[in-house]
Design a protein around this ligand. Structure first.
Ligand code: GRG
Length: 298
């Protein structure tokens, strides 16, 4: 089963998901110098049925800024690769120690820990190589590389994950929770929109409006993730739930309560949609994605 075998969105967005899946399949073929076991692990994770939210944000932003989708597709695949590496490593025994992801055994359960580490490792240079090689012109590729490197590095994705894992930094206020999640969850969502806009050579106003949308969407996404961990369905989510509470982890519902968390997620989505005013009617697809994020059950 690939991501595109499930229907989550209206047809025009589903058609993007099919195109993303097809391109990820091509990018993960890899030549004979890649050991078979490693290739299999990379493809098992990358082609598993994820929602593809980040690549959809890249393509939708590019389209709204009048860009060429073929030039945005490498950025869409690159951010999905970075996201997948982070999931593989997050699931390892040294981190979250999870056995289920996207409805299947996690990478280390299926292929062993060493191969899972290497599959995650592989996806990072693959992502940056694709940006460098497949986006034109070189100046645009360079901007995408710089922004994705920042978003996935030690001050954003990796730093947010490090603080989240470190009980010394256990968040106890909304501010400290947001500081973690702007980096751990928000940075990759926001850079997806940035790269889409950049591949379309968008002006500063459109780029800024997308960044604002991304920041709000990122927080809403995390709040909903926390709520789903509390009351979602494991079958639908395709991963173990109820773990945050079992670990006594500080989450939005733990800090704010369920009702206030839900309200905050809706406020964030409204703020995200509000930020799209410069796009007028063109904003519809991102409005839809924001509403999907807040109402999702998986
Ligand atoms: C290992 C550097 C490093 C970072 C890990 C991925 C991650 C950071 C943590 C996973 C824990 C978690 C619940 C993060 C919050 C939101 C998130 C990234 C959820 C998973 O993303 P989805 O829902 O997944 O888009 P799919 O499978 O649909 O792609």
């Amino acid at each position: 089963m690939t991501a595109s075998d499930t229907t989550l969105f209206p047809p025009e967005i589903e058609s993007f998901r099919h195109q993303i899946d097809a391109q990820l399949e091509i990018y993960s073929r890899l030549d004979a110098d890649c050991p078979e076991h490693l290739r299999e692990a990379i493809r098992y994770c990358l082609l598993a049925p994820g929602k593809r939210i980040r690549p959809l944000l890249v393509l939708t932003a590019a389209k709204m800024c009048g860009g060429d989708l073929a030039n945005a597709m490498p950025a869409a695949c690159a951010v999905e690769m970075i996201h997948n590496y982070s999931l593989i490593h997050d699931d390892l025994p040294a981190m979250d120690d999870d056995e289920l992801r996207r409805g299947r055994a996690t990478c280390h359960v299926k292929f062993g820990e060493a191969t899972a580490i290497l599959a995650g490792d592989s996806l990072i240079p693959m992502a940056f190589g694709i940006l460098a090689h497949d986006i034109q012109p070189a100046e645009i590729a360079n901007q995408c590389i710089t922004r994705l490197a920042l978003a996935s590095g030690p001050t954003r994705l990796v730093g947010g994950q490090a603080d989240d894992l470190n009980l010394q930094f256990a968040a106890s206020s909304v501010e400290s929770l947001e500081h973690i999640h702007r980096r751990k969850t928000g940075a990759l969502l926001t850079v997806s929109l940035e790269m889409g806009a950049i591949t379309a050579s968008a002006d500063a106003e459109l780029l800024e409006s997308l960044i604002k949308y991304g920041r709000n969407l990122g927080l809403a996404f995390q709040i909903v993730d926390d709520l789903l961990d509390l009351r979602g369905s494991q079958a639908k989510m395709g991963k173990r739930i109820g773990k945050d509470a079992a670990l006594g982890k500080q989450t939005y519902p733990a800090v704010l309560g369920e009702a206030a968390s839900e309200e905050r997620a809706h406020q964030m989505v409204e703020a995200a949609i509000d930020a799209l005013q410069p796009f007028g009617e063109q904003a519809k697809a991102l409005e839809l994605l924001a509403n999907f994020v807040v109402n999702r059950t998986q």
